[in-house]
Design a protein around this ligand. Sequence first.
Ligand code: GDP
Ligand code: IMO
Ligand code: MG
Length: 425
Amino acid sequence: MTQVDVLLGLQWGDEGKGKIVDVLSPQYDLIARFQGGPNAGHTLEFDGKKFVLNTIPSGIFNEKTMNLIGNGVVIDPIILKRELDNLKKAGHDPVAKGKLVIARKAHLILPTHQLLDAANEQKMGKDKIGSTLKGIGPTYMDKTGRNGLRVGDTTLPDFKDRYNKLVEKHKEILSHYEFEYDLAEKEAAFFEAIEFIKTIPHVDSEHYVNGFLKEGKKVLAEGAQGTLLDIDFGSYPFVTSSNTTTAGACTGLGIAPNKIGHVYGIFKAYCTRVGGGPFPTELDDEVGENLRQVGHEFGATTGRARRCGWIDLPALKYAIMLNGVTELIMMKADVLDGFDTIYACTHYEHNGKTIDYMPYDIISVKPTPVLKAIDGWKTDVTKVNKVADIPAKLADYIAFLEKELQVPVKFLSVGPDRVQTLELN
Ligand code: GDP
Ligand code: IMO
Ligand code: MG
């Protein structure tokens, strides 16, 4: 019997998960998304083409790999249909090829979930979470509140009645906000999309994934968002509404903890965050602006400018512990090519103490990062395709991180394209 490998983000999302899942997908029989929804934007580049996936797993461009949208994911049928329509226009039709299945137990994002998200954020004003406004929070609230609608419900004769019942509830809540909306157009698109997703095979993800393992096939679980956005362990309340950590792969697919194999933790050579909330190493200056411009740090889903800062080792250590990371993947090293000196946060000064962990009280008392200066490599690494050609100073940076984090760096990414990836060790 095989085990499920997991690939997930160790920071605040957008680490480059889509690119690496695509790179690794030829080694796997199944790629499975386990949580989150179309708040995710996973970018893949190859052969001069660029794709952004929101709901669809990033194994879709590999001919032999199956792709599963797991029970832990929340699905917006309108967005899923649009993603698949766009892929079809670009010559990729995973539905026709039978390469995509969705979990019956995955919950549906209704148009009114999005309205609730928007109404709530509007009311919070400057204290808003900075949600992607895709309806993620309200949908997971209905899931845990035991009100939600699931993919499997779409084939029941009373689906429309169930839908109306939930929408009435949402309208009642919306009436307490000063928030105007027009539902008719979105509702028509929703029902059109529901008919479309009925044409994608529905499966019980728990039996489906365990069936692959029993047959000795290889499965990779693809995370969305990042560890520091986890509902339990992230910088609450500035988080998303799912467990983005390895444990989320168990509940989001229906696999037992002892079926987890390798855990690939992916991080940028620096750090970014989009939306509100604490970010100890944030650079609110021209250095941060430089990282944003060179790294093209603008959201794949919303186009928002990402906040940028130096790598945060206490935060990474925390993420490694929570996830049981066995191998690290370092992304976007090329973005630091032009820097004379780069910095790594090794500790925080917090309430008069020097600490090496993320404190509970990170929102009202901002920790001050203790930074270690590191020589830059001042070399264009975007064309480096052999380990032997990695500049010595970049190799030193990697060795420093491995020593601090006590986990080996297995892959190094030096550009957005599939081919700009090196396997180390
Ligand atoms: P994800 O959400 O974790 O899949 O990451 P995103 O796709 O939201 O953001 C990562 C961005 O960085 C995308 O625009 C990628 O094309 C790009 N990218 C990935 N790896 C690298 C790299 O090594 N170097 C550079 N310069 N860009 C990269
Ligand atoms: P990928 O998978 C980066 C952030 C939002 C906001 C918070 C809550 O591409 O890495 P939500 O819409 O979930 O209610 O927003 O989480 N966020 C992400 N940030 N990458 C993502 O996904 C994100 N998904 C949500 O910006 O701060
Ligand atoms: Mg992203």
